[in-house]
Design a protein around this ligand. Sequence first.
Ligand code: GTP
Ligand code: SPV
Ligand code: MN
Length: 598
Amino acid sequence: MEKMPTTNKKLIDWVNKMARLCGPERIVWIDGSEEQKLALEKESVANGDLIRLNQEKLPGCFLHRTAHDDVARTEHLTFICTKKKKDAGPNNNWMRPQAAYQKAKKIFKSSMSGRTMYVIPFSMGPVGSPFSKIGVELTDSRYVVLNMLIMTRCGNAVLGQLEKNDNFTKCLHSKAKLDINNRLILHFPEDNTIWSVGSGYGGNVLLGKKCLSLRIASFQAKKEKWMAEHMLIMGIEEPNGHVEYIAAAFPSACGKTNLAMLVPPEGLKKKGYRIWTLGDDISWMRVDSDGSLWAVNPETGFFGVAPGTNSKTNPNMVETIRKNTIYTNVLLKPDNTVWWEGADGDAPAQGIDWKGNPWKPNTTDSEGKIIKGAHPNARFTAPIVNCPSASFRLEQHHGVPISAIIFGGRREHVAPLIYQSFNWQHGVFVGATMGSELTAAQVGKLGQVRRDPMAMLPFCGYNMAEYFKHWLNMGKLMAKPPKIFHVNWFRTDKAGKFLWPGFCENLRILEWILDRCNNKVNAMETPIGYIPYPFDIDMTGLKLSENAMDSLLKVNKEEWLEETKGINKFFAMFKKDLPKELTDELEALMERLKGYGQ
Ligand code: GTP
Ligand code: SPV
Ligand code: MN
């Protein structure tokens, strides 16, 4: 065996054991140096894994295309492998650990033959912070290495940490044959281990992201009394120069990235607001000695959705992805730049689509459907430091204090634009019952609500009933818990049009949220929580159609009574494990609704 750049015996033994299983031709340790990164890029271009883009217009940028059936997370092939099925809960696919290891071993066996196995030591969170967790990912994919170099802190600095600490998540990944029938994403929280095989797509293979920072971390957070959440983190600098921080949980594709880096609309810019971005996907939060909740983003990059990103919807992201960015499954233009549906400018007259085929606008397939240039889940991987609104607190070991937690989903009806929970326990109920409507793109009845508690349904690494208890308990540990709110940018009018313009205008709602946190405004009490007096939302420079604000803020008794039935059905899945506080909250809500005159 080659010489190992560590004296950590546990690490050396594990790397050797996994190498014996996967049979790589050689082992390369990732040191985090620029030279090594450049060499890997060169090799990737030579073997066709990456296409080097126009270096004048997009310096340091590359394009990657995945296999056609490997374009998104595969939740049905994702498992939580705990000794007891109950510990995974009704919210997860479960396999017995022994059976899972056996099944995966067959696929891993000699899967790296003729390939290099890369060893990536990485830290989620600033290196050396008490907030951080270390992982080591073994992979046969250079694409994974190059993405991990953007998304995490990795290399020798992390190995240094492992000289004095044996605690790391063992992450094994192999592309194997990229066969969907031999694909498994396995989590062993009791062994602090992740095994992923048969995929080359982001969320399945960048094991620091959803696998470690949410599924494994949520399991650890419960034990260690902290929180690992699917939340953006942002700072809002107020006109007086003070910065308040908020965290927000919306399900996948419901607007976290957009909110995290919004540019204030003209009307509010004059007041002096400024946004500071800390993260767009994951938040780790702890109670500090001051009794409030402090958050860090464990990641260092964005893995964001490309389609729809343009200088109107998200100008800061357009700036961010101009350099040192890896594009996945977008369209390649003749000048070696990239394009996607909803990008700036017109569609190019021709190009190469995400599948690698020649493409022209408005061409249809055999079923008459328009062929897209980019896959709808095409993504870019870009460093946070590229972002014009990147926070100066990104490297701070203790993170930032959180004043408000915001939940949100995609609801045509029912949920008003904004409401505030009565207290922490009620806020946990609001998060636990949040839902999003299925769109035409998803399996299921159009408009049907899928409950996605705290936007964590696909990411909670244990029984969600226990997760709810954990949220309730965390509230008790805080002298100054964040206030909890719920937003809905997606309410529609009778014609099905969005009532609220969204995007940068959402700052008007954030302003009200901060005013509530600082006791600056009163609010109307309704059965579901506090809603704003319309005159407390600053509408300078924004004109809505007549009565739009009333419709946006309306709490409809009948709709909400119907909603409680859905919640009741959802709660039933957790049987006796559901904390009583949540059934109490549901009953109290029903009582308040019954007495609500309209
Ligand atoms: P993941 O990366 O999958 O976790 O998603 P995300 O939550 O970061 O979602 P993202 O910000 O990428 O937005 C997803 C979609 O929501 C895009 O199509 C946006 O155009 C749309 N969107 C975001 N914010 C708003 C808004 O305020 N109003 C409306 N109507 N649409 C929005
Ligand atoms: C999500 O689906 O919520 C994402 C993308 O953020 S992935 O990293 O693929 O999970
Ligand atoms: Mn996400």
